[in-house]
Design a protein around this ligand. Structure first.
Ligand code: HEC
Length: 146
């Protein structure tokens, strides 16, 4: 009894996908919603999710131009290298010391002028428009650069 109904649903679904590809917007919300739900219900990321988060962070850092100023191999560019940054302490321009953790990285990306790394010029790093999720991914990437 159920079979024709299921078949009909499948056909409707196929038709909707076809429409969406032709310019309709029916399917646009599917992917973000799925991701948001997964994040909301699974606060502790599995190792695989952590790795793919870091991978999207790497891609973002490249796409946004961060890697033009920040190396990942320890060499200094316009800004400090990201290699070995996470979890270590380093000096700031004002003489104080910070331990690089998620909060410090978040602040450094949101307001680059708030705490300036010693030996590097202030007011050089631009302020980026990034979502919390994007910064989170970039932080996950920086964390992998031991
Ligand atoms: C035009 C060059 C430039 C670009 C592009 C740039 N930065 Fe920077 N960044 C700097 C400089 C210079 C500093 C050091 C001065 C300071 O702390 O503001 C810095 C500092 C930082 C720090 C703090 C590092 C430390 O050792 O304390 C982080 C984190 C950071 N940048 C992340 C990013 C991210 C993420 C992006 C891309 C979204 C980015 N930067 C793009 C130049 C840049």
């Amino acid at each position: 009894m159920k079979k024709p109904a299921v078949l009909l649903l499948v056909l409707v679904a196929i038709a909707m996908v076809g429409l969406a590809c032709g310019g309709g917007g029916e399917t646009k919300a599917i992917t973000p919603t799925a991701t948001a739900t997964r994040e909301a219900t699974t606060p502790i990321a599995t190792p695989t999710e952590e790795a793919s988060n870091a991978e999207s962070g790497r891609q973002l850092a490249q796409a946004k131009g961060c890697l033009g100023c920040h190396s990942t191999d320890g060499s200094a560019r316009v800004g400090p290298s990201w290699k070995g940054l996470y979890g270590h302490s380093h000096a700031l321009q004002d003489g104080s010391t910070v331990t690089v953790d998620d909060a410090y990285l978040l602040e450094s990306v949101r307001s680059p002028g708030a705490k300036v790394a010693q030996g590097f010029p202030p007011n050089v790093m631009p302020t980026f428009t990034l979502t919390d999720g994007e910064i989170d991914a970039i932080i996950a990437y920086i964390e992998t650069l031991k």
